[in-house]
Design a protein around this ligand. Structure first.
Ligand SMILES: [Zn+2]
Length: 211
């Protein structure tokens, strides 16, 4: 399952996206958020949706069945708990959320977040292996490891609803920092998004043993 973060209609629907939903570990969180953007306004939701579609195409070419949590970039949500449900109900072999960050401009690089401490078996070893495999694939593709979050491109987290609520192997890929001019330039270009997609698909295929 591919989960492109946020959605293009979220900003126009504050009542819906600000309502709180279960986030795991006894907490709640807003249903969804608008996401970040480059300094000149290229939005994260457009980036994540385009990259996810490119990954889907690559995986389908290899005979992998792909489900996405949203089918367009002009809708609202779905809420984070609903996104996790989709992966659980479809019994996804791997769940990959795709995001980009909005950190301070000097920060750069990607990191892969996984649930820690794990709340079930799927969040344990399989998710850590998925995280490491995707980290290796992005690093091998030439993307720099995060300079500002996690270590060695990996970030254990206990506060991300999509990770906490998953019963399937799950990670969240923060592709880079949209506020960093160099990374923003890559993200804004179709060729740059294809490069991210190639690396993510490579990592998923390695994880599934298809490569
Ligand atoms: Zn995001």
């Amino acid at each position: 399952m591919l989960d492109p973060g946020h959605n293009g209609g979220n900003a126009a629907a504050p009542e819906e996206i600000n309502r709180h939903v279960p986030a795991g570990r006894g907490r709640t969180k807003p249903c969804n958020t608008t996401g970040t953007a480059t300094n000149d306004g290229y939005p994260e939701h457009a980036f994540t949706f385009d990259v996810a579609k490119r990954v889907r195409r690559l995986l389908r070419q290899q005979g992998i069945e792909v489900v996405m949590t949203r089918q367009s970039d002009d809708g609202v949500g779905p809420c984070v708990d609903r996104r996790a449900d989709i992966g659980n109900r479809t019994r996804a072999d791997a769940v990959v959320s795709i995001h980009a960050d909005g950190a301070e401009g000097t920060a750069r690089g990607f990191h892969i977040a996984y649930s820690s401490p794990p709340l079930n078996a799927a969040q344990g070893k399989p998710s850590v292996r998925l995280a490491r495999t995707l980290r290796d694939a992005l690093r091998d593709a030439g993307f720099p490891l995060s300079t500002y979050l996690g270590s060695d491109g990996l970030a254990p987290r206990d506060d991300l609803a999509g990770l906490n609520l998953s019963k399937r192997p799950v990670v969240l890929v923060e592709c880079g920092n949209m506020r960093n001019p160099q990374e923003a330039a890559t993200m804004k270009q179709a060729a740059g998004r294809q490069k991210y997609a190639d690396a993510i698909a490579d990592g998923v295929l390695r994880y599934l043993g298809a490569r």
